[in-house]
Design a protein around this ligand. Structure first.
Ligand code: ZN
Length: 298
């Protein structure tokens, strides 16, 4: 400590600066007070949500990596090992297969890890909806495709971080409020992008956009049947519907094979457009998605 004191005695300005630097400069080599909170999430968009609220105080890892499919993804041994450093897991909280299959195994691996449900918390929670496929009843798990739902997720993430790290409550809450404003701006931009959408029905291979469709008055028709390629009869029905409704674009997402989407697009003389329901940069990605919908539906 004497070295620091000596350095601090070189004039009032320098003294002030040195006093600011002292805690870091003179700290022992032991772990610093600024150790980041290890956070696990399921899907990539949640990385942005947690980082937006937690800022430099968190280190966030998504269990389902870029390009992987959260309905079928299997955890690797390296991920299992990484899990031991996590303090908290923010689960989507919808019936998404990854969490149904893996969450119990993950929490057994690290019993000290707190699990926070992004779906519920102190709010009334996200209102779930049935999947758009009448032949495949069940809850649509892709809750985050609606920015209004993300607001609920972000509130829950903030509450979870405050519980873990009460000292920084005002930091997390200010970050939360700033991100909530960005979500509000995103919502306005999506409405603007869709303002000219005459045709409100769209076809997509993997029906991940139910909450987005509900929020913005669109109707989703999925090609995939119970997680598999559809039968020829169903393909024919979709092609008819596309012709009737003058649908020109078939949406796909990077996690899935596009062959049946291309076949339909070919039949209707349309094209295939890729949009990603699991894009990591949520705000940017959703603006791209909205632009793609606006273009396809006008
Ligand atoms: Zn999906």
């Amino acid at each position: 400590m004497t070295g620091c004191k000596a350095l601090a005695m070189t004039g009032s300005m320098v003294l002030a600066v040195m006093l600011l630097l002292m805690p870091a400069a003179c700290a022992p080599a032991a772990p610093m007070a600024v150790d980041k909170i290890g956070v696990m999430v399921t899907v990539l968009p949640q990385v942005e949500f947690v980082t937006a609220v937690g800022g430099g105080k968190v280190e966030v890892t998504a269990m389902v990596p870029p390009g992987a499919n959260p309905h079928t993804y299997e955890v690797t041994p390296a991920q299992m090992a990484k899990l031991s450093t996590a303090k908290v897991y923010f689960k989507v909280g919808s019936p998404i297969e990854f969490e149904l299959t893996w969450l119990d195994k993950l929490t057994a691996q690290n019993e000290d890890m707190k699990v926070v449900d992004c779906n519920k918390g102190s709010n009334k929670g996200i209102e779930w909806m049935q999947s758009s496929d009448p032949d495949e009843p069940g809850i649509d798990p892709h809750t985050w495709t609606s920015p209004q739902n993300v607001k609920i997720m972000v509130n829950n993430i903030c509450a979870g971080l405050v519980q873990l790290d009460t000292v920084n409550k005002s930091y997390y809450e200010a970050n939360r409020d700033s991100y909530l404003q960005k979500l509000e701006a995103l919502d306005s931009d999506i409405k603007l992008a869709l303002a000219g959408a005459v045709n409100r029905t769209f076809i997509v291979y993997h029906p991940a956009w139910g909450y987005f469709a509900r929020e913005y008055g669109l109707q989703q028709l999925g090609i995939e049947k119970e997680g598999k390629e559809p039968q020829a009869a169903y393909m024919a029905r979709l092609i008819n519907e596309a012709r009737e409704k003058n649908i020109r674009v078939i949406f796909v997402s990077p996690q899935f094979d596009t062959r049946s989407a291309e076949a339909i697009a070919h039949e209707i003389g349309g094209r295939v457009v890729s949009i990603d329901p699991e894009g990591r940069d949520y705000l940017d990605n959703m603006r791209k998605v909205a632009a793609a919908f606006g273009e396809a539906l006008k």
